[in-house]
Design a protein. Sequence first.
Length: 142
Amino acid sequence: MNSQYAVAVHILSMISTFPDQSSSSDIADSVGTNPVVIRNVTGQLRRAGLLSTQRGVAGASLTRPPAQITLLDVYRAVNGEASVFRLHEHPHPQCPVGANIQATLERRFGQAQTAMEQELARATLADVMSDLALQDLAARAG
């Protein structure tokens, strides 16, 4: 998994928190990346139905409340249905390990993928935003 997933959650959090400051430049400043990266990830989020944008108009808006956007929705928006885990393609079929490793790893990796997706389905963008607010309060107090 690359950093696009974390960037996508960051983008959605920014748009939800600061709807009037959601230009790609503003978000890029917060993420610490180039606005082109933000526009690319925003496009993925828009195609997944999580964001609404208007051509020629700066900014974007969430298509549903943060409590109704799961982290699994965001994960699938930027990663599709692909698994986090990838198998190597050409194990040696005559080797006792090589002949059996694919099936063994597919089962184990599948279990891990399912567990991860179940956890992401339980967490929402609202949960992330709540965590951010708690961290902000802790930073102010400390």
